[in-house]
Unconditional design. Structure first.
Lengths: 156, 84
């Protein structure tokens, strides 16, 4: 004993039911996928829309919170595709295509963290050049170095 | 009235290996600019240590490296000549 479309529609939760009365499901009505104008026949209630005369934006008819609520409710019944397109992603779609924040992807770090590699590099170079710096200040150091190298025992 | 200057100053020597290792010395004010070769444990070798801050140093006349010995340019003949 299966339900007719009308009976099924009557059994939907109140919020979804009222929404579909105001904004018919997708095969029967078209909705734009982006913000458009308030006089557009394909006005999407989940996006903000512009008044072309004044140039001012109207907020979405259904806030992000309410639209998420409707989507999740519709998904339980498997009718989420009947809703107009949403600006948000959910569940698997979100997991695989998440919009990461710029500051999360390329972390700014603290000033000292940014400068640290350069500092270590400078230190390494200073140590590598130490013999030259000492020789510049103490000319006799060159002779000392040469003597040391002569005295160094090799494997041969 | 300004404070009288002490005979010695504290001087900080910083490693030229840029490890941040420092050494302090209490030296007479008149000593010229110091640089010493000391062990830097962070660089694990002996490094040049140079003074951190500028300070006023007693002026010394510059060294004369010409080969003349004081009194070496003295010629007895001049003395004798002037006598006569």
């Amino acid at each position: 004993m299966s339900l007719t479309a009308k009976e099924a529609f009557a059994k939907l939760p109140q919020k979804l039911h009222n929404f579909f009365i105001k904004y018919p499901p997708r095969p029967f009505a078209q909705y734009s996928e982006k913000p458009s104008t308030i006089v557009d026949p394909n006005l999407n209630p989940f996006y903000p829309n512009k008044n072309p005369e004044t140039g001012r934006w109207h907020g979405a008819k259904y806030s992000l919170r309410r639209s998420s609520d409707l989507y999740k409710m519709a998904r339980k019944f498997g009718i989420q595709d009947l809703l107009p397109p949403l600006p948000k992603k959910f569940y698997e779609e979100k997991y695989f295509n998440k919009n990461w924040m710029r500051g999360v992807l390329t972390q700014k770090k603290r000033k000292w963290e940014r400068d640290f590699p350069e500092k270590l590099e400078a230190r390494e170079q200073a140590i590598a050049k130490m013999d030259e710096t000492i020789a510049a200040a103490r000319p006799r150091y060159k002779k000392q170095l040469e003597k040391k190298q002569q005295r160094e025992k090799t494997w041969f | 009235m300004a404070r009288a200057k002490t005979a010695n100053t504290m001087v900080k020597l910083v490693s030229a290996a840029k490890t941040g290792y420092e050494k302090w010395f209490n030296i007479p004010r008149s000593t010229p600019k110091m640089n010493l070769i000391l062990y830097d444990p962070r660089a694990k070798r002996h490094c040049l240590f140079v003074e951190d801050k500028k300070r006023r140093v007693a002026e010394r006349p510059p060294k004369d490296y010409s080969r003349s010995h004081p009194g070496s340019d003295f010629f007895m003949g001049d003395l004798i000549k002037n006598q006569f």
